[in-house]
Design a protein around this ligand. Structure first.
Ligand code: SF4
Length: 239
């Protein structure tokens, strides 16, 4: 994830000096971002085994409340963050996109686990989406199968860095003409229609697996097992 540091224009020495006199000066950006980064409310939904780790992150041992992110909201209207935790099946994809569209701005997406990022162990499954970023923009990717709760918290901290880097005047959700609602795909007899949203995702020109594993993986052709000839075992050396 790329982000730029949001540097305050206030001289830090001057700020420290004034703080000694009980005068606190800051920028509007700092206050605005501090409030948002300290209350990132995730949406309450999980898709597969990764969701168990997400639930663990919210339990007492890991204490996601340290970040102000413990309020998992049952409504997308009240959530700031969509944690896509688990395998996204093609049947589920329209609902995930619809939920994203229903979230109010500013909104963020965290793809948790190999399945949400790329399809994971089910990448070749006929019914599994190969990454939720084919339909909605993802801000933070947390790899793993499953990622541990610490990894999710690290992803949350990365998201906080991104929030810190945003400025009040240039925040994208205040710009005119910004499109933050995406078309909801339909599940047809042969999968999703369309297969991806070309506005936010384009397939690679060449599939890396083709060069790595050869044609057989992609075409799915069955190979004949090689005929194994018995190998003559040399006699042991004489003592
Ligand atoms: S990444 Fe692994 S743990 Fe997470 S949903 Fe997929 S299979 Fe389950």
């Amino acid at each position: 994830m790329n982000h730029i540091e949001n540097k305050s224009r206030i001289d830090p020495e001057l700020r420290d000096e004034m703080a000694k006199q009980n005068i606190f000066i800051t920028s509007l950006d700092f206050i605005y971002n501090w409030g948002r980064r300290s209350s990132v409310w995730p949406m309450q939904f999980g898709l597969a085994c990764c969701a168990i780790e997400m639930i663990a992150a919210a339990a007492a041992r890991y204490d996601i409340a340290r970040f102000g992110a413990e309020l998992f909201r049952a409504s997308p209207r009240q959530a700031d963050l969509m944690i896509v935790a688990g395998t996204v099946t093609k049947k589920m994809t329209p609902n995930v996109v619809r939920l994203y569209n229903q979230m109010a701005e500013p909104k963020y997406v965290l793809a948790m686990g190999a399945c949400a990022i790329s399809g994971g162990p089910f990448i070749d499954g006929y019914n599994v989406l190969r990454g939720i970023d084919r339909f909605i923009p993802v801000d933070v990717y947390v790899p793993g199968c499953p990622p541990r709760p610490e990894a999710l918290l690290y992803g949350l901290m990365e998201l906080q860095k991104k929030i810190d880097s945003q400025t009040f005047t240039k925040a994208e959700w205040y710009q005119k003409g910004l499109k933050r609602e995406f078309p909801v795909p339909e599940l047809g007899p042969n999968g999703l229609i369309p297969k991806f949203n070309p506005e936010i995702w384009q397939p690679r020109e060449q599939d890396a697996r083709k060069t790595r594993y050869g044609q057989t993986v992609l075409t799915g052709k069955k190979q004949k097992a090689p005929r194994l000839e018995p190998v003559a075992v040399p006699p042991p050396p004489a003592a």
